[in-house]
Ligand binder design. Structure first.
Ligand code: NAI
Length: 346
């Protein structure tokens, strides 16, 4: 824990407000030892500023780990605009946000996250170069690449448990958004059985039609007696209260920070649940957007080769965690620390 605490301090956090244009945003840079802060912008109507701050600090910290484990030269950063993406995300708000990014002068590179689309990234890109995941000269929507990495990660987790095929494997997917939906497509194509939930009931109906998925009530998805639970909505779904309810023996999904506390991974381990650390399995999107910033520009083939390494990294983490009887996220954090500390000493 002491080691983890050393990584809890953020280097910089900015609060941007423009009441006239409705902007209330936080940009957090966690750690830039490996490179400039890179991470998406989340648009979410948190009820309190504290809740928003907690969310963005945890997310930016996670980006430091994600980048480090994926072997990239970027630091951890993330932004949060406190707003409802469906009703409040006006061009004026985005204009004010672009001005905030310009003022940060290259310390933070952004891209998509929940509530922030490719169209939004394109809008910003016309105003500042510090935006990734754009369509013009960029790599576009990172979500399909994230979904591909998660799909490979689920297979790696099953393989670790001695299951060689997805045929007949039951996966409970929480959240049918950009990543969750594509993940379902891939799982369905290889014969997996799906149980799904989303706050958007229409999405569940679509999944029923498209994949023969079984719709499940929001609170019941955790309890489904599936082989795999794939959290693909927001974070904070697994805690000391909810872990005892979990029906699956593998947790592997796209959501950032699915655990309320880092220590909750130990509860999963004690329950015999294999946990694929979030920032390892969901690194595909980051790998994709970061490739835009590489000297030669975006190279799809090279990026997909890096995404193909996600299951190898996971297999290594699973094996080390099992041999050392440690939670998988401790092992993953250690890999990140090693890389950051080595860079610090150079
Ligand atoms: P999205 O906004 O497209 O989808 C989220 C979905 O979850 C929506 O359909 C929403 O209705 C649903 N949802 C929200 N709260 C829910 C709840 N309590 N129960 C069930 N469903 C709920 O977001 P996206 O891009 O698919 O991201 C999903 C997760 O993956 C997020 O945690 C995000 O931070 C993470 N992630 C996404 C990446 C990407 O490339 N898009 C990259 C890495 C992580």
């Amino acid at each position: 824990a002491a080691k983890l605490d050393a990584f809890d301090n953020h280097e910089r956090v900015w609060h941007g407000r423009d009441e006239e244009r409705g902007l209330n945003a936080i940009v957090a840079i966690h750690n830039t030892v490996l490179g400039p802060g890179l991470g998406g912008t989340r648009v979410w109507p948190h009820e309190t500023f504290e809740a928003a701050l907690t969310d963005v600090l945890r997310l930016s910290r996670g980006m430091t780990f994600k980048s480090a484990v994926a072997g990239m030269d970027f630091g951890g950063g993330k932004a949060l605009i406190i707003a409802n993406s469906k009703t409040d995300k006006t061009p004026a708000l985005l204009e004010a946000y672009a001005e905030m990014l310009i003022a940060l002068n290259g310390q933070y590179f952004t891209g998509e996250d929940v509530g922030f689309t490719v169209a939004d990234a394109d809008f910003l890109r016309e105003r500042t170069p510090n935006v990734t995941g754009t369509t013009v000269g960029g790599s576009g929507n990172p979500s399909p690449v994230t979904a591909h990495g998660v799909f490979l990660g689920i297979k790696a987790a099953l393989k670790h448990r001695g299951v060689a095929t997805l045929d007949g494997v039951h996966v409970a997917v929480q959240g049918l958004g950009s990543v969750g939906w594509t993940l379902c497509e891939k799982l369905h194509a290889e014969g997996a059985r799906l149980s799904v939930t989303d706050i958007d009931a229409a999405r569940m109906e679509q999944a029923k039609d498209a994949f023969g998925a079984t719709p499940v009530a929001l609170d019941d998805i955790l309890k489904v007696n599936a082989d795999v639970f794939a959290p693909c909505a927001l974070g904070g779904v697994l805690s000391a209260e909810t872990i005892p309810l979990l029906g699956a023996k593998i947790v592997a999904g796209a959501a950032n920070n699915p655990l309320v506390r880092h220590e909750d991974a130990r509860l999963l381990m004690e329950r015999g649940v294999l946990y694929a650390p979030d920032y390892v399995i969901n690194a595909g999107g980051l790998l994709n957007v970061a490739a835009e910033l590489a000297p030669g520009g975006y190279d799809r083939e090279a990026t997909m080769a890096k995404v193909a390494k996600i299951p190898e990294t996971l297999a290594d983490i699973f094996a080390r965690a099992e041999a050392q009887k440690r939670p998988t996220n401790d092992v993953a954090a250690e890999i990140a620390f090693e890389r950051i500390n080595a860079a610090r000493q150079r």
